[in-house]
Design a binder for this molecule. Structure first.
Ligand code: SIN
Length: 345
């Protein structure tokens, strides 16, 4: 494979020694555009091409040799499972080549945490994989995309990013794909790793990691991307919730259910009975929390052993769904075996 970058040509003879980073664009606000530079909310996501994104950041040429690819141009609210398959397969192919040292993915912020965790569990390489995004469209005053992109490439090109699993570089911080969540609808500091914080930071070409991810990922993950995605849906517990949604999902043949419980994953009694009935019909149920921080304690707010539920630990409902889909696709269906999966990843 030949790595070249038509958008950002290497600026010096020393460029040949720079790391080779593939930049895979999928759309999002980072590639968004509005008619008015003061407009940061009413724009169209995913309309600016990857060459244009890279051309807006001349400093990239002194950080890496770039190979841009336009994988998709979607608003990430519309992220589809076949696109996940395409993206993961392409990254695995690229990283298997000696000509690629790392990958950066530009993505929308809305489902970035789901894509990042999916890749964290299915990429078969210890080379850096870094996602980034933006809260303001490329056309906006003070657009945050260009610096986020430069920082993401800087992290992907850095030796210390190797073996850290899939990373998210956003607003100068480096997060693990497992921990990171979007926590603001508008602020440029929109991503946090609640409770435990970022892995490190990136600024002005410097990269520093202050902790490592302990849970299994990438090369240590037993999961692989496959063509088939078991149908897994999320339901929430809230005041006055009925069992209608769960019963409809089971009747529709869903393969697994994640419940976004209240507090420590507690579940309204009506919903809980529907979920117990779902388990009795062979549909695994994973208990997560809608709170957004902390973890769900197994056999805490619900008697998981007696009810046949699986505890999601610190995974939010959206990431728990990703892990449940991968586990089911790998043939893991028994509650005890699924619990082991959730305790490992
Ligand atoms: C998207 O997720 O594609 C749109 C929103 C964003 O990127 O901030």
């Amino acid at each position: 494979m030949t790595i070249s970058n038509s958008s950002v040509p290497p600026s010096s003879a020393g460029a040949a020694a720079l790391p080779r980073i593939a930049v895979l664009a999928t759309g999002g606000t980072i590639a968004g555009s509005a008619a008015d530079a003061a407009n940061t909310a009413g724009y169209k996501a995913g309309v600016v091409g990857v060459d244009q994104l890279l051309a807006a950041v001349p400093a990239l040429s002194s950080v890496a040799r770039l190979a841009p690819e336009q994988i998709a141009s979607v608003d990430s609210k519309d992220m589809a499972l076949p696109l996940w398959t395409t993206l993961a397969q392409r990254i695995n192919t690229l990283l298997a080549s000696d000509d690629v040292d790392g990958v950066v993915i530009t993505h929308g912020t809305d489902t970035l945490e789901e894509t990042a965790y999916l890749l964290h569990l299915t990429i078969k390489s210890d080379k850096p994989v870094v996602l980034t995004a933006a809260m303001r469209p490329a056309s906006a005053l003070s657009a945050d995309g260009p610096l986020n992109l430069l920082n993401a490439v800087t992290v992907a090109a850095h030796a210390s990013a190797r073996g850290q699993g899939v990373l998210v570089a956003f607003n100068n911080r480096i997060h693990s794909a497992r921990d990171v969540v979007k926590t603001s609808t508008y602020a440029v500091d929109a991503f946090q790793s609640p409770e435990i914080g970022a892995l490190g930071w990136v600024q002005d070409g410097r990269v520093e990691f202050q902790r490592r991810v302990l849970r299994a990922h990438t090369l240590a993950s037993e999961f692989a991307i496959g063509a088939a995605w078991p149908q897994v849906e999320i339901v929430a517990s809230y005041a006055g919730v009925s069992r209608i949604a769960v019963d409809a999902l089971v009747a529709a043949g869903v393969r697994g259910i994640v419940v976004a419980g209240t507090g420590n994953g507690s579940i309204h009694q009506s919903l809980q009975q529907a979920l117990v009935d779902a388990v009795a019909r062979g549909v695994p149920v994973v208990r997560s929390s809608r709170v957004g921080s902390g973890h769900v304690m197994r056999n805490g707010a619900a008697a998981d052993d007696a009810l046949g539920f699986v505890g999601a630990g610190a995974l939010n409902p959206y990431k728990a769904r990703v892990l449940l889909m991968l586990a089911l696709a790998a043939g893991v269906t028994d509650a005890a075996a699924l619990q082991k999966v959730f305790d490992t990843y």
